[in-house]
Write a protein that binds this ligand. Structure first.
Ligand code: GDP
Ligand code: IMO
Ligand code: MG
Length: 421
């Protein structure tokens, strides 16, 4: 019996999950998303072309792959239909490769408005949401009001849609927020119609049949562990379980059937939106990371906040996910730094701690360890032995601290710019 392997982000998202899934896909028949929705933006680069995926699993560009959008995902039909059209415009066939869970919840146009109205009302305390309607949709899911993909096939679909929309309109009255969904609603129903050509499946059955038939499955995480609804920097998080546990609830996979857990991290750190970020740099070094790393959101275009690697947060994520292989991304971005810093502990008032604290929102001061930069171009390196000594020191320190080997190193956005140890 094959187990389900997992790729997930260990930081605040945008670690490079799309690239890694695309690189690993030749080893897997099935690629499945288990949580999140179009708040995700996963970039792929191959054969001189670039692509950003939001809802579709990053296995879609590989021949013969089966791509499943699991029950834990929330879907905006406008964004998904548009994404599919863009993939097909590249000449890539999507029919027969994409399957959608009947139990995945639908993001209604009014969910998006509620997201925007709620954020606008929060003023300085805003989350910095991608405004895709993620929070309100998961609220309706747990509140037992949501509409699911399988409901599209019901003769009562319109009635249920209208009932939920009315509830939202009622809620919106408490906000002083002007909106007009006429146009988006038309696109929404057109999107629903476009999705009908894809099989709506009971993905938990399908996934377990694949497991029992010894088929290799890769679960693709969205966002990152520090944005997890339970263990992230609450309330500055997303509304789903981004951790490995989310694979179980978001695909219907038993915990005993989870295999390798690949934890992805950038060689430094970024975050978009509000919330604590202990190693954030507000100086020229931060600007340099943003510029060289092209750190601008793949979904919203917002500049990402940048800073040094945070081992306190990383070790917390490794623990929570049971990571057994680390993947280090964007090491090439650090090529030109004389000194590279890594946070190994936090100062919390008078106390020093190496454990990720509940009080993270009160502000902590990072305690750094410094490394000498390698000061050379590593983009063309394809064998671990060929890396400069300073680089290996950096990698080996992270391995030692986390107690997990770094199995893959990425030195550029392209599929080819990858070293597997
Ligand atoms: P995801 O959301 O985790 O899939 O990550 P994003 O796609 O949002 O952001 C990662 C960005 O880094 C994308 O623009 C990638 O093309 C790029 N990228 C991925 N790996 C590397 C790398 O090793 N080096 C560099 N320079 N860029 C990379
Ligand atoms: P990928 O999959 C980075 C952040 C938002 C905001 C918070 C809540 O590309 O790594 P939401 O729209 O979920 O209500 O936003 O979470 N966020 C992400 N940051 N990468 C993502 O996805 C993100 N998805 C959400 O910026 O701070
Ligand atoms: Mg992203």
């Amino acid at each position: 019996m094959k187990k389900v392997d997992v790729v997930l982000g260990l930081q605040w998202g945008d670690e490079g999950k799309g690239k890694v899934v695309d690189v690993l896909t030749p080893n897997y028949k099935v690629i499945a998303r288990f949580q999140g929705g179009p708040n995700a933006g996963h970039s792929l680069h191959f054969n001189g072309k670039s692509f950003v995926l939001h809802t579709v699993p990053s296995g879609i560009f590989r021949d013969g792959s089966v791509n499943i959008i699991g029950n834990g995902v929330v879907i905006d039909p406008v964004i998904l239909a548009d994404e599919i059209a863009q993939i097909e415009a590249t000449g890539q066939q999507v029919t027969d490769k994409l399957f959608i869970s009947k139990k995945a919840h639908l993001i209604l146009p009014t969910h998006r408005i509620l997201d925007a109205a709620s954020e606008a009302s929060k003023g300085k305390g805003k989350i910095g949401s991608t405004l895709k309607g993620i929070g309100p949709t998961y609220m309706d899911k747990t509140g037992r009001n949501g509409l699911r993909v399988g409901d599209i096939l019901s003769p009562e679909f319109m009635e249920r849609y209208n009932r939920l929309k009315e509830k939202h309109e009622h809620m919106l009255k408490q906000y002083d927020y002007a909106y007009d969904i006429t146009e988006y609603e038309q696109e929404w129903f057109a999107g629903i119609d476009k999705l009908r050509r894809f099989p709506f499946i009971e993905s938990e059955q399908v996934v377990n049949d694949y497991i029992n038939n010894d088929t290799a499955i890769l679960a693709e995480g969205a966002q990152g562990s520090m944005l997890d609804i339970d263990f992230g920097t609450y309330p500055f998080v997303t509304s789903s379980n981004t951790l490995c546990a989310g694979v179980c609830t978001g695909l219907g996979v038993a915990p005993s059937r989870i295999g390798d857990v690949y934890g992805i991290f950038k060689a430094y750190c970024t975050r978009v939106g509000s919330g604590p970020f202990p190693t954030e740099l507000f100086d020229a070094t931060g600007d340099k990371l943003r510029e060289i790393g092209k750190e601008f959101g793949a979904t919203t275009g917002r500049p990402r906040r940048c800073g040094w690697l945070d081992l306190v947060a990383l070790k917390y994520s490794v623990m929570m996910n049971g990571v057994n292989a680390l993947i280090m991304m964007k090491a090439d971005v650090l090529n030109d730094f004389d000194t590279i810093k890594v946070a190994v502990a936090y100062k919390l008032g008078e106390k020093e701690t190496a454990q990720f604290p509940y009080e993270i929102n009160d502000g902590v001061e990072p305690v750094y360890k410094e490394f000498k930069g390698w000061k050379c171009d590593i983009n063309a390196i394809r064998k671990y032995e060929d890396f400069p000594a300073e680089f290996k020191q950096y990698v080996e320190f992270i391995e030692q601290e986390c107690g997990v080997p770094v199995k893959i190193i990425s030195v550029g956005p392209d599929r080819e710019e990858t070293i597997v140890r």
